[in-house]
Ligand binder design. Structure first.
Ligand SMILES: *[C@@H]1O[C@H](CO)[C@@H](O)[C@H](O)[C@H]1NC(C)=O
Ligand SMILES: *[C@@H]1O[C@H](CO)[C@@H](O)[C@H](O)[C@H]1NC(C)=O
Ligand SMILES: *[C@@H]1O[C@H](CO)[C@@H](O)[C@H](O)[C@H]1NC(C)=O
Ligand SMILES: *[C@@H]1O[C@H](CO)[C@@H](O)[C@H](O)[C@H]1NC(C)=O
Ligand SMILES: *[C@@H]1O[C@H](CO)[C@@H](O)[C@H](O)[C@H]1NC(C)=O
Ligand SMILES: *[C@@H]1O[C@H](CO)[C@@H](O)[C@H](O)[C@H]1NC(C)=O
Ligand SMILES: *[C@@H]1O[C@H](CO)[C@@H](O)[C@H](O)[C@H]1NC(C)=O
Length: 357
């Protein structure tokens, strides 16, 4: 009896394998075809005939170069598609258009340099898109056009220099945006304007030196803003004041701060805003002026306005002295005038006195 069951199982195993042709490529193709693993097999193209019942397909660590259009047309049940660590540089329009239930797409560590509008067609329910370690250099309004349900977008370690204002306009469900280790130099107002669900904004490891005043104000759900390792030498108070959230942690270490009185005042005011938490304030170091280089801002903080106070004092004293001197001079002139006038009067009097005679 036992042997019979065993043979029966073997037959089922064999028959199911026989209609999952992927095992021929070396894939792990279990009986129900739900989870198919084809990672690290040196595949140069996408396998055709992925069973329609597959929900997770792992193709990571292969040598795939192109994602042709409609390649997944029979795989409507796919929920997770892993293609990280391949050599993908071309994604044809409509590659994913039939994957209406796809929730996670991992394309990290490939050679993707642009995203067309056609790339995201059909991915309205995608929740997580991993695109770290690719070759993207700019983002525009087409890049993520149909990703209305996206919650997590990872663009870490690309070469992104510019983000057009409408790039994230459709991503109103987005909760995490990772732009770490890119080449951004400034942040323009409007860039994040539709991201009202965004909780985490990671901008660490860029070259940001300028941020327009209201750039963060639309981010009303933001709990973490990471600006570590950028090129900020100063910030404007208004930029952070305009963050209207319940509570936000802001990280600022690894920036070349110009420790002057102005910076001291900005941080003093920031500390007084209850909803903002400058978690790494004690680690901020000065780059300028040269005498303060590598000193902790916290250590020199109280002295930054002394020089200014002294200057103000000197100016005040100088002004006071000048005014005083002017007043004295004026007073003396008046007296002189009076005296001269008096003399004139007496002279005139003398004359009139004389004429009376
Ligand atoms: C594989 O074959 C079995 C039995 O022949 C059948 O029940 C099953 O539906 C087939 N699966 C696929 C994905 O074609
Ligand atoms: C893939 O190719 C590499 C290098 O040619 C080789 O070392 C490795 O064994 C191959 N892997 C498989 C699963 O064929
Ligand atoms: C991957 O593609 C890049 C350019 O697209 C090429 O330089 C590189 O040699 C390719 N790597 C492999 C392993 O084929
Ligand atoms: C984003 O990608 C980087 C690099 O691949 C990875 O280390 C990090 O864990 C990812 N972050 C998230 C939140 O997915
Ligand atoms: C980004 O990735 C490339 C290789 O993928 C690596 O050479 C570079 O050091 C990485 N940059 C950062 C800042 O991690
Ligand atoms: C902020 O970014 C830095 C640099 O990448 C990282 O070391 C740190 O863990 C991040 N902090 C948080 C709270 O995510
Ligand atoms: C400050 O820097 C020290 C030493 O580099 C590190 O251990 C600590 O975690 C940092 N604190 C914060 C809040 O990042």
């Amino acid at each position: 009896m036992k042997e019979l069951v065993f043979v029966f199982l073997l037959v089922i195993e064999a028959s199911s394998k026989s209609n999952c042709t992927l095992w021929k490529l070396g894939c792990d193709c279990p009986r129900d075809h739900k989870f198919i693993m084809c990672s690290h097999l040196n595949l140069t193209q996408l396998p055709s005939r992925v069973p329609p019942s597959t929900e997770l397909l792992d193709l990571s660590g292969n040598l795939i170069i192109i994602l042709p259009k409609n390649i997944f047309s029979t795989n409507r049940k796919l929920r997770v598609l892993l293609m990280q660590d391949n050599n993908i540089s071309v994604i044809e329009d409509n590659s994913f258009s039939q994957l209406e239930f796809l929730q996670k797409l991992d394309l990290s560590r490939n050679w993707i340099s642009s995203l067309t509008k056609g790339f995201s067609i059909g991915l309205a329910f995608l929740k997580e898109l991993q695109l770290s370690h690719n070759k993207l250099s700019s983002l525009d309004s087409n890049s993520f056009f149909y990703l209305e349900g996206l919650q997590k977008l990872n663009l870490t370690n690309n070469s992104i220099q510019s983000i057009q204002v409408r790039s994230f306009f459709t991503l109103s469900s987005l909760r995490q945006l990772h732009l770490k280790d890119n080449k951004l130099t400034s942040l323009r107002s409007g860039t994040f304007s539709m991201l009202r669900s965004l909780e985490v904004l990671n901008l660490a490891g860029n070259q940001i030196s300028k941020m327009e005043t209201v750039v963060f104000s639309p981010l009303t759900s933001m709990t973490l803003l990471n600006l570590t390792n950028n090129c900020l030498s100063t910030v404007s108070f208004k930029t952070f004041l305009s963050i209207h959230t319940y509570s936000t942690h802001i990280l600022l270490q690894g920036n070349p701060w110009n420790c002057d009185c102005e910076l001291h005042r900005v941080f003093q005011k920031l500390h007084s805003i209850q909803r903002l938490f400058l978690d790494d304030y004690s680690n901020l170091t000065c780059m300028e002026p040269p005498v303060l280089r590598n000193h902790l801002l916290m250590d020199v903080d109280s002295e930054l306005c002394i020089a200014e106070t002294v200057t103000v004092l000197i100016i005040t004293i100088t002004v006071a002295i000048t005014v005083l001197a002017a007043m004295l001079m004026g007073e003396r002139k008046k007296k002189k005038k009076k005296r001269r006038n008096g003399m004139q009067w007496t002279q005139q009097g003398d004359i009139s006195d004389e004429s009376d005679f």
